[in-house]
Structure formats: C-alpha cells, structure tokens
Write a protein that binds this ligand. Structure first.
Ligand code: GLA
Length: 393
C-alpha cells in the first residue's frame, strides 16, 4: 500500500486547498494465469488481481473541469467535461477522460468537475493492465462521488467500452473485469461470452507465482492485436459454411472445430483459430486439475499455452520466449508462459518456494545474456478488486 500521508500532501501541494474532502480509491493490476486471446472470441479466461495497482485521490470542484495529475508522469492537465475528445498529446490522461466521456454517454451526467491525482505502481506497458486499472478506478470513484451505484460488472463493461471507443484499442473484457472483480487469494474463471464467473480459490501450496517483466515494452495500439482479432473474425466467417449461426470461435467445441477446420481457407488464419479453441479447452482443463490440486498438470497446461501462443498465434517474440526458456530450465519450475497480449510484457511462472531466489538470479542472468535486457521479477500475491480506501487505513 502506498504512503497515503505523502500522497495526500502531494495532492494538496498540486491542487491547493485542504485534504478534508479528498477520498481515496484503489484498483489493482491483473495477471492472467491461462486463457490468452480467448476473451474477444467469447471464450474463457482465468486471471487474478494483483496486490498492487493504481491509487486515485479525488476531490469535487465547483465547476465542470477535470484536473488530472499523476505522481508517475510530469504531464498534467485541466480539461472541461463538455466536449471531451481523444488527444494523442494527452497520453495517459486519455484513460480517465475516456471514462468520464463514457459515463456521460451513458446518461450519468457528472454534476461537477473533480481534481484527480493518480499514483500508479504497475510498470507501464508491461501487460499487467495499468490502463484497465486507471479506467476502473476512475469509473468507480466518479460513480461513488456522484452517489451512483457501483456495479463492478457494469464498471468493467463501461471501462472496456471507453478503451474500445474513446482510446481506440479493441481489447476484450478480461482486464477490466479482473481489475473490477478480483478477490484476494482467488482467480476468476470468467466466461467472456455470458460474463458468468466463478471465484476459484487459488491454492498453490508450496509454489509461488512469479511474474517476470521482460522490460520489452508492448505497444498495444500499434501492435498486431487488432490484426489477430480480424483473423479470428475471418475464421468465423469461413466456419459459417458448417455452422451458419456462429458468431464467435468460443461457441465451438474442440471436436467441432477439429472436424471442420479445413473450411478455413487461409493457413495462418486456421492456426490462429486453432490456438483459440485449444486455449479455451486448456482453461477448462486447468480448472479441473486445480480442483484436485494437481499443480504439476496445471504447469504443463501453462507450458502448452505459451507454446501455442508462440507457434500458432505468434504473439510471443524473442524476449518472452527467451525468458520462458530460461524459466523452464530452473529445477522446481512447474510451468512458465507469457501473460497478457504478448509482443513483450511479462511472463508468469509457477515456482517452488525454495527455488524462487535461484529462479530470479538464473532467469535474470540467462535472459540478459540472450537479449541484452535486464528483467524485473515480482513474487505475486493475489489481491482484491477495486474499492474505496478509508483515509485512516
Ligand atoms: C490484452 C487485452 C485483453 C486480452 C489479452 C490477451 O490484455 O486487453 O482483453 O485480449 O490482451 O488475452
């Protein structure tokens, strides 16, 4: 938890006035344990919220201006609530602006403006959902300040919509959902088509989840993310010859897909679709093996997930592959894979608690040798979703 006193001091030194009316909100980052590039295909995912994220200090104003500042970036800005639009030079501020825009679009006309100070603990561009965390904390805080209901499933959907339509990234629902609905020591088994979800206690016994940051930045907007989505849509169109009502790849069982995949004309598109359908199946099998506490079987599924993202979906890249290879060579590692969109960002590994130190030093060394980049590691605890923090907390 960040130092609230120093954040409150920073708030008043930036915005003036007293801290009396300031309220504090927090949303975590997320890590996805398995189920990658399945969400926008209506498949299942299995993410968990982290214990670190974005803290937001907020205070109402008498006008309809938003004043936005961050402890992480020098850039700060004052924008009127009327006529909000995406501006490239506004950088990170487009996320809170997008959420305010979204709420106004939904008919929640904000009664006033606000001063907002963000404090982010999630490394930027690392695939741990720093943007979803900013969006969800903003939506939750604004709705609370306005005395409106804070339904965290709605908040996830609106935040995703803001990212899709205002920021222009066609992400799925996983990140915002996990950040909004996470629960300490639980992973979320979410069906992204129906949004039915189950909180599954994540009992890893003697094993720890270790996140490895490749420090290779991943630009989601510029990346091949939208291209992958389009390829999945192409696969659906081809498969409609056999399933006329098909709208999402996740509606097919693995057996149905395998019996019909030759209908997909383009070989690359076929491989993309095969990853999606097999990955959805792996999520289901993960739940089953975790129910009987078979962590070794879960580790094997993590490995298979990465290999498929490397060979079929082709979203890993040299850095993620080098880190995963290094991780798998350390004794005591049950599985290792990339997490998030790919193209850089982070890996997640299941490591015996007695091997964590060795893991960090050996993987760090091998990774640097292979890529020239220094890695960062976080031993990961699973935290709660978005909430208000009382000042005395
Ligand atoms: C990003 C997106 C998510 C999801 C993952 C890949 O994190 O924001 O919606 O598609 O990539 O699983």
């Amino acid at each position: 938890m960040p130092q609230l006193t120093s954040l409150l001091n920073e708030f008043t030194s930036r915005f003036g006035g007293t801290e009396q009316a300031v309220r504090i909100f927090h949303a975590p980052g997320r890590v996805n344990l398995i189920g990658e590039h399945t969400d926008y295909n209506g498949g299942a995912v299995f993410p968990a919220a982290l214990t670190f994220g974005t803290t937001l200090l907020i205070r109402p104003r008498d006008d309809r201006q938003l004043r936005l500042a961050s402890t992480n970036f020098a850039l700060s800005h004052e924008v009127p609530l009327d006529g909000l639009s995406l501006k490239e030079e506004d950088d990170w501020m487009n996320y809170p602006k997008g959420v305010a825009w979204e709420l106004e679009q939904r008919g929640y006309r904000l009664s006033r403006g606000y001063d907002l100070l963000f404090h982010g603990e999630i490394p930027n561009g690392a695939g741990l959902s720093s943007s979803a965390s900013i969006e969800v904390v903003t939506a939750f805080a604004l709705l609370t300040m306005e005395g409106q209901p804070t339904d965290t499933v709605q908040i996830a959907l609106w935040s995703q919509h803001a990212e899709n339509e205002f920021v222009g990234v066609k992400c799925g629902i996983m990140d915002q959902f996990a950040v909004a609905n996470g629960k300490k020591d639980h992973a979320i088994h979410l069906d992204c088509d129906t949004l039915k979800y189950e909180l599954v206690p994540f009992r890893s016994g003697d094993y720890k989840l270790v996140i490895g940051n490749t420090n290779k930045r991943r630009g989601l907007v510029d990346s091949k993310y939208n291209e992958r989505r389009a390829q999945c849509e192409q696969a659906v169109r081809d498969l409609r010859k056999a399933f006329p009502d098909l709208t999402l790849l996740g509606q097919l069982t693995l057996a149905q897909f395998e019996a019909n995949e030759q209908l997909i004309g383009d070989e690359t598109v076929r491989r993309r679709a095969r990853h999606v359908v097999q990955e959805i199946d792996r999520v289901q099998r993960s739940i089953e093996v975790l129910n009987r506490n078979d962590l070794a079987a879960f580790g094997a599924l993590m490995n298979a997930s990465h290999d498929s993202l490397r060979d079929l979906y082709e979203v890993t890249g040299a850095e993620l592959d080098a880190m995963v290879d290094a991780a798998r060579s350390v004794p005591g590692v049950l599985g290792s894979r990339m997490t998030g969109a790919g193209f850089g960002g982070c890996t997640i590994s299941l490591v015996h608690k007695d091997s964590v130190e060795r893991f960090i030093s050996e993987v760090g060394e091998k990774y640097e040798e292979a890529t020239g980049l220094r890695a960062d590691f976080y031993v990961c605890d699973i935290g709660d979703g978005v909430r208000e923090w009382k000042k005395e907390a």
